[in-house]
Design a protein around this ligand. Structure first.
Ligand code: 4NP
Length: 163
């Protein structure tokens, strides 16, 4: 049976930001025993890393914080994700533009949001891309993802009456 709420995290490569969002959110959902209600996945708008595991620097940061990204493999965002997922959450504005370009007449724009719209301290609303930077970037991404997924989960529980 289809789960009640479906959430897809989307970045560019699906090896740094969206995999850690998927992993952290999955753990929080399990912690409150709602895994049968909420479906979770991630994807990248680009195809360069399809089939690859998450970036080792992102996996190491996640692991230090008790979150396991092992087993995740990158996949590319496809047009049908827009009809399959209730919440398509873009990590930054350029990801959002690339996603919306694939809507072409489906009228599903309302399903697409910036992930940091749920962040209590959203800054410029982009999760900074850590790929070409130093290790601080991965720590920053983790902190943003952690507090934003907390708020996202609280909102979904309230909005959809999940228990
Ligand atoms: P992500 O980071 O979008 O957070 O997965 C990136 C990963 C790879 C590349 C860019 C961003 N790349 O250009 O290969």
């Amino acid at each position: 049976m289809s789960k009640q709420v479906k959430v897809l995290f989307v970045c560019l490569g699906n090896i740094c930001r969206s995999p850690v969002a998927e992993g952290v959110f999955r753990q929080k959902v399990q912690d409150v025993n709602l895994q049968s209600m909420i479906e979770i996945d991630s994807a990248g708008t680009g195809a360069w890393h399809v089939g690859n595991p998450p970036d080792h620097r992102m996996s190491a940061t996640a692991k230090r914080n008790g979150v396991d990204l092992t087993g995740q493999r990158a996949r590319q965002f496809v047009r049908t994700d827009l009809s399959d997922y209730d919440y398509v959450l873009a990590m930054d504005a350029s990801n959002r533009r690339d996603i919306l370009r694939q809507d072409d007449g489906q009228g599903l724009e309302a399903r697409v949001s910036l992930f940091r719209e749920w962040d209590p301290d959203p800054g410029d609303y982009d999760v900074p891309d850590p790929y070409y930077g130093g290790s601080d970037g991965f720590e920053d991404v983790y902190a943003i993802v952690c507090r934003t997924t907390d708020a996202l989960l609280r909102d979904l529980i309230a909005r959809h009456g999940l228990s």
